[in-house]
Design a protein around this ligand. Structure first.
Ligand code: NDP
Ligand code: MG
Length: 383
């Protein structure tokens, strides 16, 4: 029996993880669940899975959750700081980080320090502070098991391979809804167009990131930390069908790919079960349905975010933290119709130039960088 805590239980990854857990009641028990403001779904999940603790970070929803769960024996906490309590809860074996954004940083740090294995969906945390998280994980004997489909693919390809055998990896990208478009087209796209991902149904933030290729940029940085690679060893290849989830090229020239239908339940299922592989009834891939699998070079001139992410990775220090924070602000602004699609990259680039560079940041430096970048990005959006 594995005891699992889900940070961000009410989201796209969180709800799919609970579906996986529900299908395997003999393998998993839920210890704690958290949400930001979706009180009704959190309560429904709590009544179904009977965790010890639920956290609602939006304090105005605390009383409603508390009332709905009265008599259930489930402890209810509110506020952002309570995420850390869920992350370190005694008896938890694994924390699934399915929050969106750098709000995941503190609870992930605390979970790792408390020796909890991490099933990592919340890529922003690794982008912001990859050196800190991976160092802490090594020191505390904690496993970081990727949930992101591309990284799960690489991770699966590496099982049984000797350390140091990777020559390079290829992260596949669907290209999103605007694949093949040019900047004059992108200038006028709306949020509703950007929210229509061709292959995956996901939360709003990552869907916009997929349309702008920032998601792939964040994933390049995520891969650097998960697999200890240099920027030159990480390539992005556009693969519109999202069947090959990523590839590893080894030092003898051999390549391995992991494939499957685009369904997040599969990498979630793999991460929760790791190091085991457990049977599932997920729909199987059929070659007949996919007579063609295509691969193209990524267009980093049109989709500048990917280029900016590589630049941030090469620069290192707090630069990935800066692009992540700026990106969180501009994606929100785009979702509120306050900024155009292409202007997102302009604001991110201005923040990369405008925020002070720190070569070896501490946790506090990261938190401050995140805060200052949000202020600057917000000012630039308002202008
Ligand atoms: P969603 O927006 O669907 O869900 C986010 C979850 O986190 C919800 O439970 C939400 O609560 C909670 N949350 C959001 N903001 C905060 C906050 N400020 N404080 C506390 N809790 C918060 O996101 P996804 O599930 O799509 O993505 C989660 C993470 O997984 C992201 O980092 C994403 O990049 C990554 N990922 C997602 C994939 C997908 O298929 N969705 C694929 C690969 C990676 P509430 O519901 O109450 O708002
Ligand atoms: Mg991904």
């Amino acid at each position: 029996m594995k005891n699992i805590t889900i940070l961000g239980a009410t989201g796209s990854v969180g709800t799919q993880a609970l579906a996986v857990i529900q299908s395997n009641p003999d393998l998993y028990r839920v210890k704690a669940l958290t949400a930001q403001s979706n009180a009704s779904l959190l309560v429904e999940q709590a009544l179904a899975f009977k965790p010890e603790l639920v956290v609602i970070t939006d304090e105005s929803k605390y009383q409603a959750v508390k009332d709905a769960l009265s008599g259930s024996g489930i402890k209810v906490l509110a506020g952002e700081a309570a995420l850390c309590e869920a992350a370190v809860l005694a008896g938890t074996d694994m924390v699934l980080t399915a929050l969106v954004g750098s709000v995941g940083l503190r609870p992930t740090v605390e979970a790792v320090k408390a020796g909890k294995d991490i099933a990592l969906a919340n890529k922003e945390t690794l982008v912001v502070a990859g050196d800190l998280i991976t160092t802490l994980a090594r020191e505390n004997g904690v496993q970081l098991i990727p949930v992101d489909s591309e990284h799960s693919a690489i991770f699966q390809c590496l099982v049984g391979e000797p350390a140091g055998a990777i020559e390079k990896i290829y992260l596949t990208a669907s290209g999103g809804p605007f694949r093949g478009k040019d900047q004059s087209f992108l200038k006028g796209v709306t949020k509703n167009e950007a929210l229509k991902h061709p292959n995956w149904v996901m939360g709003a933030k990552i869907t916009i990131d997929s349309a702008s290729l920032m998601n792939k940029g964040l994933e390049v940085i995520e891969a650097k930390w998960l697999f200890d690679l240099d920027a030159e060893q990480i390539d992005v290849i556009v693969h519109p069908q999202s069947i090959v989830h990523s590839l590893v090229q080894f030092n003898d020239g051999s390549m391995k790919a992991q494939m499957g239908l685009p369904d997040m339940k599969l990498p979630i299922h793999y991460a929760l079960a790791y190091p085991d592989r457990i049977s599932s009834d997920f729909k199987r891939f059929s070659f007949i349905d996919y007579p063609e699998l295509n691969f193209y070079k990524a267009d980093m001139e049109t989709f500048r975010n990917l280029d900016l992410a590589y630049k941030a990775l090469l620069k290192g220090g707090n630069m990935p933290c800066i692009i992540n924070a700026a990106n969180e602000v501009v994606v929100n602004a785009f979702l509120q119709d306050r900024i155009g699609f292409l202007e997102m990259s302009d604001v991110i680039e201005a923040c990369m130039e405008g925020i002070g560079f720190i070569e070896k940041p501490s946790l506090n430096n990261y938190l401050e960088t995140d805060e200052y970048t949000r202020i600057l990005a917000d000012q630039l959006v308002t202008k």
